[in-house]
Write a protein that binds this ligand. Structure first.
Ligand SMILES: [Zn+2]
Length: 240
C-alpha cells in the first residue's frame, strides 16, 4: 500500500503510516469523514477540546506549562482553542440576542455601556489576550520565559475565560435579577482561577508572586475598562 500523505510504501498490516503517522486507507474526503473528524476533535480523550476544557478548569497553568515545554500532542492547540471560543461566543451572541437581557431590572448608571460590553465581550477578551500576555511576561521576566510562551498561556486563559463568560451570560438570561450579585462572585472566582493559573505556570507560591498577579489583574482590568470606554464613545458617535 502507498501512504496517501507522504507516498511511502507501507505494509498491508499497518493501520497508520509508520513514516508520517497518518491513518491508512482514508480515501477521498466525504461528509461522514468530516463529521467524524469534528466529533473526534471534541471528544478525543487526549487531544480533544472537552479534555482540554476539563484540565483547564482545575490545572490551567500546568496545562499551559506542559504545552510550552513540549507536550504538544497531548493538548489541543491554545491558539486554535481561543479562535474556536471566539466563534462559539459569536454564535451565542447571534442566537440569544444579548440585547434581550432585561436591562430594566439592572441598577446601573450607564446601561448603554453595560449593554455594549455584554454584546462585544468576546472582542474585548480577544483584545486583552496579547496585552495580558505582555503584562505577565514583563512581571515574571526573571523566570526566563519568552513572550510567545506567555501568549500560549494567555490564549488558554482567554479561551477559557470566554467560555466562563458564555456560561455566565446564559445564567444571567435565566436569572437577570441576580446580575449584580452573581457578577461580583463570578468575577472574583475567575480572578482566583487566573491567579492559580499563573502560579502553576511559573511553579511558584511566593507571597511576592501573588502580589504581582494581583497587580497584573488590576492593571488588566483598568486597561480593559479603558478600552471598553473609549470604543464605546467612538461607537456612540459613529452608530447611535
Ligand atoms: Zn505517510
Amino acid at each position: 500500500m502507498k501512504c496517501e500523505n507522504c507516498y511511502s510504501t507501507v505494509e498491508e498490516t499497518h493501520s497508520y503510516c509508520p513514516h508520517c503517522g497518518q491513518k491508512m486507507g482514508l480515501g477521498r474526503l466525504n461528509f461522514k469523514q468530516l463529521l467524524n473528524d469534528l466529533w473526534i476533535s471534541f471528544t478525543d480523550t487526549d487531544q480533544g477540546i472537552l479534555h482540554l476544557i476539563k484540565h483547564l478548569a482545575y490545572r490551567p497553568g500546568n496545562v499551559a506549562r506542559e504545552y510550552v515545554i513540549g507536550r504538544r500532542q497531548s493538548y489541543f492547540n491554545p491558539f486554535n482553542y481561543l479562535l474556536i471560543m471566539v466563534a462559539i461566543a459569536l454564535y451565542f451572541i447571534a442566537q440569544f440576542e444579548i440585547t434581550a437581557l432585561d436591562y430594566s431590572k439592572i441598577e446601573s448608571n450607564d446601561k448603554e455601556l453595560l449593554q455594549f460590553a455584554f454584546k462585544y465581550f468576546n472582542v474585548f477578551i480577544l483584545l486583552m489576550w496579547p496585552i495580558n500576555g505582555l503584562l505577565i511576561w514583563l512581571f515574571f521576566k526573571r523566570h526566563n520565559t519568552n513572550y510567545v510562551e506567555n501568549l500560549a498561556l494567555t490564549a488558554y486563559l482567554s479561551g477559557q475565560t470566554m467560555l466562563y463568560h458564555i456560561l455566565a451570560l446564559a445564567l444571567f438570561m435565566i436569572l437577570p435579577s441576580l446580575l449584580n450579585a452573581l457578577g461580583v462572585i463570578i468575577g472574583l472566582l475567575i480572578s482566583i482561577w487566573y491567579t492559580l493559573a499563573i502560579l502553576q505556570f511559573y511553579q511558584t507560591k511566593s507571597f511576592w508572586s501573588i502580589l504581582k498577579i494581583v497587580l497584573i489583574i488590576t492593571l488588566s482590568n483598568i486597561i480593559s475598562q479603558g478600552i471598553i470606554y473609549v470604543t464605546f464613545q467612538w461607537y456612540k458617535t459613529s452608530f447611535i
